[in-house]
Write a protein that binds this ligand. Structure first.
Ligand code: GLY
Length: 367
């Protein structure tokens, strides 16, 4: 595809984001109400609270715009409150702080942001279960019912550990990241290259007990965003740790994902969902595109071609560049069995932006 196609798309994303940022002030959006961004400031530990800052930093890194930087910095400060809520801290520290403090540190060298990254990585590393060699996912009420739960999404948070090991010249954090990735490759990835969402281990012995269904259609099915987290997550672990096994795992997941893209080119919430009701999740398409683009650097052009096809479909059918709504990407779905489907979700916009900037060669690598 002509490079100008992606440059024009990036320009449209920037133009809209700049205007929406100006009117949104310091909101931390997740979704929209009647087309207007909501604000998760009162729900500060929400896992997706870093993505708007990440989008602003990506566009600042590519186009400039002091307003974008200032808003992203204010959001980063707001997120400091999460450090004081032990129950608000979980496996998603990478999503929260790589997108905010990590981006700031990479683009400006901020020492305060570096400090936040180290604190976040210490907490994430503290969730490591030594017996099972996995990073614990969600918290529970204190009854230990989720002490043995790990989820595929966590693969995307490991880059926080790799980054902090590099920053402070201490391999402890990347050792934990690799140990988790080794476990995930064995415990989550099925024979056919699809991945489970949740795996439960015995938190005392570390033995794998069972998998659970999670946000997809059913137990044993293929929740597409989970497939995308796995595809991109193993690729990122390969980029950092250079273990051949991670690249092979990413390729297996990618081959399965690409092989199951429906003929219409739109990604369902679950590859195994029934024909009715058929729900779409365009976030899965955007995340998978980012993963495929990185994977193509090591594993061949076919992955780049698949990403370009997915993205073109989104840009031409699922994106709003007018100012009638604050979001860009449409038809995003958090979970198959939720009552709410096919709306705006901020990480859809973030990964769309990241993917388009990758294709223009203008991305700031935040992972
Ligand atoms: N990490 C949660 C989700 O993908 O919905």
């Amino acid at each position: 595809m002509d490079g100008n196609y992606w440059k024009e798309a990036a320009e449209k994303i920037y133009q809209k984001t700049e205007k929406v940022a100006e009117k949104s002030g310091c909101k931390i959006p997740y979704s929209t109400n009647n087309g207007v961004f909501d604000d998760q400031t009162g729900n500060i530990s929400w896992w997706a609270n870093g993505f708007w800052a990440g989008q602003l930093w990506q566009l600042y890194g590519s186009f400039g715009g002091e307003n974008l930087r200032e808003i992203a910095e204010k959001i980063e400060v707001k997120l400091d409150r999460v450090f004081l809520q032990s129950r608000g801290m979980d496996h998603d520290s990478g999503f929260r702080w790589l997108m905010s403090a990590g981006a700031n540190f990479r683009l400006t060298g901020s020492e305060t942001s570096k400090n936040r990254l180290i604190l976040a990585a210490c907490d994430l590393a503290g969730r490591f279960n030594i017996a099972g060699k996995f990073i614990r996912a969600w918290n529970d009420s204190g009854d230990g019912s989720k002490a043995g739960w790990a989820i595929i999404d966590c693969m995307m948070n490991l880059p926080l550990l790799y980054l902090v090991s590099e920053i402070i010249n201490d391999p402890r954090f990347s050792q934990i990241a690799e140990a988790h990735a080794d476990t995930a490759a064995k415990a989550f990835v099925r024979q056919d290259g699809s991945v489970c969402h949740i795996v439960e281990f015995d938190p005392k012995t570390g033995k794998r007990l069972r998998s659970h269904g999670g946000q997809g259609y059913a137990h044993g099915s293929s929740w597409t965003r989970g497939q995308a987290w796995g595809l991109y997550g193993f690729t990122l672990s390969y980029i950092h740790a250079k273990k051949r096994e991670y690249l092979e795992t990413a390729q297996r997941i990618a081959d399965r994902f690409v092989g199951r893209i429906p003929e219409n080119g739109f990604i369902p919430v679950d590859f195994d969902q029934p024909a009715e009701p058929w729900y779409e999740d365009s976030t899965a398409a955007a995340i998978a595109s980012c993963g495929l683009l990185e994977l193509s650097k090591f594993a061949g052009d076919k992955y780049r071609e698949a990403a370009e096809t997915l993205l073109k479909k989104l840009l031409e059918n699922r994106c709003r560049f007018d100012l009638g709504c604050d979001n860009i990407l449409e038809k995003c779905t958090a979970a198959y069995h939720d009552s709410w489907h096919e709306g705006a979700i901020i990480y859809g916009d973030y990964f769309l932006t990241e993917a388009v900037l990758k294709l223009c060669g203008r991305e700031t690598f935040l992972w």
